[in-house]
Design a protein around this ligand. Structure first.
Ligand code: ADP
Ligand code: MG
Length: 334
């Protein structure tokens, strides 16, 4: 097995001797992937990233980042980081912020000017390069934050809620930037409580709840158990022995949806194979059912997430100082 970008076997963090933000985290992020670190507010995502970037001291930490122990200075020089709610000095322009971060990374002046120009173009901020940060919207600050995280040409980039406060168009652009970062050969760790965002760009994810990783793996694998076909037909299904025996054979289930005038029936077949569905469709149509749609369905990340949060809620109620409602990701910000 090739070495991982991040390989953690046990990370713990207790703030002020009593707030157990991380309770034994294990995680593996492969090189060159966009990895989603997901979880409700207060789960410990930012704390974990701050430990990996040496912003916060761990209580206990066994693991490696870019093949070096966590905190190793040489490895940190190969890391990019967009913190949550980044703050840059209001009196600097976007261009000056990039220059400052380039200087902190000890990049020679000419080179950092070239990189800043490239990155400003990448994040769509060329026009605003000479405007002071104080006049930027939240979304513009996030864009400069993204550019800043790339100034040192990092191998791995930590992005903590990069689309926070960004409008839908900007969100899509940021998602595209993440994919480009991966295509450039970087590893991306995306912290997010926005699941649809992670669903479109991450191959693998970890879901954290109350300081623990409760799900970890490829989205495809994590949702495999829930894959099914849904066949929707207009109205109640006609009588017919043939289709009924096929439904029975597949272990499928028939539901009726809504009432007139859009009354419909739904056949839910617990399989992700298209072949057995064909015979069922033929039988339904032979019985004169009007098929409206045939859809392969799998659990969304949201389903997975709610399932994980609920299972943790039952197991570890009251730990981590989170209210139950927050755990559904819908509660107020801290
Ligand atoms: N500096 C801090 N001091 C004390 N508690 C903190 C600090 N930072 C975070 N916490 C607590 O640690 C837990 C995890 O927080 P955080 O890592 O920010 O979670 P997330 O990023 O998933 O929302 C929360 O209960 C939070 O209140
Ligand atoms: Mg956070």
């Amino acid at each position: 097995m090739t070495s991982a970008a991040i390989d953690l076997s046990n990370v713990e963090k207790t703030y002020r001797g009593r707030i157990r933000a991380l309770r034994g985290v294990q995680m593996r992020v492969e090189k060159g992937e966009v990895f989603g670190l997901l979880g409700p507010n207060g789960a410990g995502k930012s704390t974990l990233v701050k430990i990996l970037t040496s912003v916060v001291h761990p209580t206990r930490c066994t693991g490696t980042l870019l093949d070096a122990p966590i905190g190793d200075k040489k490895a940190l020089a190969r890391v990019g980081y967009l913190p949550e709610n980044p703050r840059f000095p209001d009196y600097l322009t976007g261009g000056q912020v990039l220059d400052l971060f380039g200087a902190l990374a000890k990049i020679p002046r000419a080179e950092r000017r070239r990189r800043a120009d490239d990155l400003l173009a990448t994040v769509g901020m060329t026009k605003w390069a000479r405007t002071k940060i104080g006049r930027y919207s939240k979304g513009m600050r996030q864009r400069i934050g993204l550019a800043q995280a790339l100034m040192n040409d990092p191998e791995i980039v930590f992005l903590d809620e990069p689309t926070d406060g960004v409008d839908p168009v900007g969100r899509r652009e940021i998602r595209e930037m993440l994919v480009r970062m991966r295509d450039d050969g970087r590893t991306v760790m995306l912290n997010s409580h926005l699941l649809s965002e992670a669903e479109t760009v991450c191959g693998r994810v970890a879901i954290m709840v109350k300081g623990k990783v409760v799900r970890h793996g490829a989205l495809d694998d994590l949702t495999r158990h829930s894959r099914r076909y849904e066949i929707e037909a207009a109205g109640p299904l006609p009588s017919g022995d043939h289709w009924r025996s096929l439904v029975h054979g597949l272990g499928a289930e028939v539901r009726s949806l809504g009432g007139a005038p859009r009354e419909a029936s739904l056949v839910v077949a617990p399989t992700d194979e298209p072949e057995p569905i064909q015979a069922l469709l033929d039988a339904l149509r032979a019985a004169r059912a009007v098929v409206r749609s045939v859809r392969p369905v799998r659990a969304s990340l949201e389903d997975l997430f709610l399932e994980a949060v609920q299972s943790m809620g039952e197991e570890g109620a009251g730990v981590g100082g989170q209210k139950g409602r927050d755990a559904a990701g819908k509660g107020a910000e801290r």
